[in-house]
Design a protein around this ligand. Structure first.
Ligand SMILES: Cc1cc2nc3c(=O)[nH]c(=O)nc-3n(C[C@H](O)[C@H](O)[C@H](O)COP(=O)(O)OP(=O)(O)OC[C@H]3O[C@@H](n4cnc5c(N)ncnc54)[C@H](O)[C@@H]3O)c2cc1C
Length: 467
């Protein structure tokens, strides 16, 4: 970046708002280090500063890569030499909690967990919950349309956002800070920015919908002998719990054994079952809901919908069960090189799909490691693969994506496209859909400064026939 631009940026955000050179890389240790090539990082503290930064960059054709909490899985925040990284970390104020309308208005750089903790005394909750909660920003959650553990009950981030303030590439501030659930006055513009991965605008403020804090929590881990049992159990529990089913998380035998191996988490159930599921119900009356939960589970047992089960009877047992699902460090260490995938397809077709992925992988790498887990209640499977070498990414990807095509599944259930999944966009989207997306990109960011090279690029290689 040239000195003129750096000086102009410092004038807008102050000297400590701009980092350059090694100071940029030093902020992102470990895994993310290799993805940071930007010459400079700017940290605006107000919407007005974001607007002035973007207007300046737009005028000079300067690429800008928006960074939230940097917890994304698809390299959507990756920068290269010449890029300017723009971090939302200083826009981190929770502005107002409206307890009557059950909304919160806040800045995009608020960390998800900070919001969740902040709401405790209000007896309200923001229900989006995911493993990256300690670092991801609510703005990043909106930009990726994050999902997580409770989508089955509350929906994805898209369903939680009532209003958005965003800054367009040319610096125009679009304030759409709606606070109502219903508002059909023309196009719902906030939806343009949700899931757009920083390519259409910079989200600076949001109005989020809040829910009543659950007063009961019932959690069980079940073991199943077949995927059919898992599918039957999902339906049974949903039907029996009167809308309280809040999580239904699949863990396969391989993942369970990695995390409950020697010196790791104690196995809550035996280690020989092909599948496990964490079932959680959130409600309003602990005594009544516990009875309902236990009755639903025992009816499931009587109908042979699982092989074994354990109920959490304390907060510690609940946390221990969730740790078996949420802890990713062991699998990342054991499966090397580690490849992670996030696909979706109808639940009824998952067993067939999983066996095809295994066949493809083992045909190429007989010893290749593979584990499945995920938000199965939402049709979302996460796949961990340890096979081949670092150069074999494309071959590993074809083992996952080729079998997905006949099921018309999605190559990205909740993580977005970023750089990692660009070549496969055409598997899940038709050419006419991609053309419309590119048209919107051209309209909102005609110079192409926002997050260039993300989402689009090389998708022709795997395109399906235009619908
Ligand atoms: C342990 C772990 C578990 C996870 N589990 C889940 C899960 O269950 N479900 C799930 O959906 N994700 C999950 N994730 C992925 C990740 O946490 C989410 O994608 C999250 O929403 C990213 O938020 P972020 O603030 O970290 O965004 P970043 O990673 O910083 O950015 C992601 C994208 O959003 C853009 N962006 C960020 N902020 C803004 C903004 N204010 N305006 C415009 N664009 C912006 C960036 O340019 C980039 O394209 C997990 C991650 C980890 C580390």
């Amino acid at each position: 970046m040239n000195d003129f631009l750096l000086a102009a940026l410092r004038e807008i955000v102050g000297c400590d708002g701009v980092l350059t050179g090694d100071a940029v890389k030093a902020r992102y240790p470990g895994y993310f280090m290799s993805q940071i090539g930007a010459d400079a990082l700017v940290r605006p503290a107000t919407t007005e500063q974001v607007s002035r930064v973007l207007a300046l960059c737009n005028q000079h054709g300067q690429s800008v890569v928006v960074q939230g909490g940097m917890s994304g899985w698809v390299r959507a925040t990756q920068t290269q030499a010449g890029d300017l990284a723009l971090s939302l970390e200083r826009l981190n104020q929770i502005e107002t909690v409206d307890t009557v309308n059950r909304t919160v208005t806040l800045q995009a750089g608020v960390v998800l967990q900070t919001l969740q903790d902040y709401l405790e005394p209000y007896r309200l909750t923001f229900p989006l919950d995911l493993g990256g909660r300690g670092s991801c920003h609510v703005g990043g959650n909106a930009a990726t349309n994050a999902g997580g553990m409770r989508v089955i009950r509350y929906g994805m981030m898209r369903e939680q956002v009532l209003g958005i303030e965003a800054v367009l590439a040319n610096g125009t501030v679009v304030s759409s800070l709606n606070r109502m659930i219903k508002n059909n006055t023309g196009y719902d513009l906030k939806q343009l920015f949700i899931g757009s991965e920083g390519t259409l605008g910079v989200i600076t403020r949001l109005v989020l919908r809040l829910r009543e804090q659950p007063r009961s929590n019932n959690t069980a881990l079940v073991a199943a002998n077949s995927f059919d049992q898992i599918v039957g159990l999902l339906r049974h529990m949903d039907a029996s719990l009167g809308g309280m089913l809040s999580a239904f998380e699949l863990i396969d035998n391989r993942f369970y054994n990695v995390n409950t191996g020697s010196g790791r988490h104690a196995p809550p159930l035996g280690q020989d079952y092909p599948y496990y599921a964490i079932i959680e119900a959130l409600g309003s009356d602990q005594q009544r809901d516990a009875e309902l939960f236990e009755n639903a589970l025992s009816a499931a047992g009587e109908n042979s919908l699982f092989a074994d089960a354990t109920l959490a009877s304390s907060e510690k047992q609940r946390a221990d069960i969730w740790a078996v699902r949420e802890d990713l460090q062991h699998i990342i260490r054991d499966f090397q090189p580690f490849y992670a995938f996030d696909v979706s397809l109808p639940v009824g077709e998952m067993a067939d799909y999983m066996s095809k992925v295994k066949q493809h992988l083992h045909a190429r790498w007989p010893e290749g490691a593979i584990a499945f887990l995920g938000h199965v209640g939402d049709g979302n499977l996460h796949i961990a693969i340890g096979a081949g070498g670092a150069q074999d990414r494309e071959a590993v990807e074809s083992c996952v994506y080729e079998p997905l095509i006949p099921f018309s599944g999605s190559v990205s259930a909740e993580h977005g496209i970023g750089i990692e999944k660009r070549p496969y966009l055409g598997i899940s989207r038709s050419q006419s859909e991609i053309d419309l997306m590119l048209g919107l990109k051209g309209l909102l960011d005609p110079v192409g400064i926002l997050n260039p090279g993300k989402i689009f690029g090389g998708f022709e290689a795997h395109s399906k026939q235009a619908a």
